[in-house]
Design a protein around this ligand. Structure first.
Ligand SMILES: Cc1ncc(COP(=O)(O)O)c(C=O)c1O
Length: 399
């Protein structure tokens, strides 16, 4: 059966880097649950995370039940019952628009947790400064609904607001954050400097655990912001906790030729199990599992004893090229064209690398394709199964 296999030691390695960055900078480092919500891994992450960033009530409940610590919530819009419940346990609630803030302002300000200072309220602002290249992932594109631009904020009654939040980055370095902060500072610096603002949340998209990330620059910026503006700084990366910690292991179900293409059908789907491959889009690193004796040289995020990993190349680069496709009806449900050193066989195991973040949280039962199991590799080499969805889950979800 196909499986997402997550390495707990690899997660802990990333978590240590993030916790150290938090300690050096004085920032509060949250886990963005939208990227990764696998509670079976939270015992590993809890000692390192200051808490979670939640996209609404369900993620916030998950944070409260399974992680603890600080809960920062931001949603483009809150339902009345959702907001009522969030008021009872969240620590930051950030609003995306002035009408949302005005709608809930009285309710929030009269709440005892707000009056005691246990819960702070903020606004997501939009610095309108793009550093990304993919419009789908850029909250600063013209016409964005995410965050309030400075000119819309001018003259608004902000009494009761004590935090500002911007999220603009996606898989980016510290320099992009510095540049974004300077743009933010130009438009919102006076507000940030005022006595009412107590926190600044700089969102996610920071690739802090990548080897070439300039952590010193991030630390310097956070320190500067804390001392120049007297605010608490929050960072809420998702992907950075998970980079290079997990793989999706799939099996070859069929191989056939059609009009000049050699197809290999896998037991997983890009659309159902790793939709960013189609949406972003991106090409994952792929490996064929070989016996350890072959000494293949690939290094996927999770490696098992008795196996070696033969890295796939671009089409035509290695002798045997296949189009890796899904067992679904969607014509475009294709992971890509990959070449291999040796011919693939039915039942071979294929490893799709770096599949922890924005995968498990996004899966569907499209076409009734069986859901990959969720397995954890422990420090002692043991593999446990955290979750195995079956037919009953498929039937239940669809009503
Ligand atoms: C508001 C907000 N915070 C945090 C994140 C996490 O971003 P990443 O996983 O890229 O670090 C996102 C991602 O979309 C987001 O929208």
């Amino acid at each position: 059966m196909a499986a997402f296999l997550i390495s707990l030691p690899a997660l802990e390695r990333n978590a240590r880097v993030l916790a150290q960055t938090a300690q050096e900078s004085g920032a509060h480092m949250l886990l963005a649950l939208k990227a990764f919500s696998t509670t079976a891994c939270f015992d590993t992450l809890r000692p390192y995370a200051a808490g979670c960033c939640a996209s609404g009530l369900y993620e916030a409940r998950l944070a409260a039940r399974h992680m603890g610590g600080h809960i920062a919530v931001y949603s483009p819009a809150y339902r009345p019952a959702e907001l009522e419940e969030l008021l009872s346990f969240a620590h930051h609630i950030d609003f995306n628009s002035l009408p949302q803030w005005q709608r809930y302002r009285e309710q929030c300000l009269s709440h005892p947790r707000v009056q005691s200072g246990e819960l702070l309220l903020g606004l997501r602002v939009n610095p309108c400064f793009s550093t990304g290249h993919t419009a789908l992932y850029d909250p600063c594109v013209p016409g964005s609904r995410l965050g309030i631009p400075a000119e819309e904020l001018a003259g608004a009654d902000l009494s009761g607001i004590s935090g500002l939040h911007f999220h603009t980055l996606c898989e980016q370095g510290a320099q992009e954050l510095v540049d974004t902060f300077r743009a933010f500072e130009k438009d919102f610096g006076a507000l940030l400097a005022g006595p009412q603002i107590r926190y600044l949340n700089m969102g996610g998209g920071h690739w802090i655990t990548k080897p070439d990330y300039d952590r010193a620059a991030l630390v310097e910026l956070v320190r500067e912001v804390r001392s120049a503006y007297g605010v608490e700084v929050y960072l809420e990366p998702g992907e950075a906790w998970c980079v290079h910690t997990g793989v999706l292991r799939a099996r070859v179900l069929d191989i056939f030729d059609s009009l000049g293409y050699r197809h290999a059908i896998l037991d997983v789907s890009a659309s159902a199990h790793m939709p960013d491959v189609l949406e972003m889009p991106y090409r994952p690193d792929v490996f064929a599992v070989r016996p350890a004796a072959e000494r293949a040289t690939g290094t996927p995020a999770v490696q098992l004893p008795g196996e070696s990993y033969s890295p796939a190349g671009q089409p035509g680069e290695l002798p045997h090229t296949y189009r890796l496709g899904a067992p679904t009806c969607l014509a475009g449900d294709v992971i890509g064209d990959f070449s291999f050193a040796a011919p693939l066989q039915v039942d071979d195991v294929i490893v799709l690398d770096d599949m922890t973040h924005y995968t498990i949280v996004k899966t569907t039962h499209f076409n009734g394709v069986p859901h990959p199991a969720l397995q954890l590799l422990h420090a002692d080499g043991r593999i446990s199964t955290a979750c195995e969805l079956g037919y009953a889950d498929f039937e239940h979800r669809l009503g």
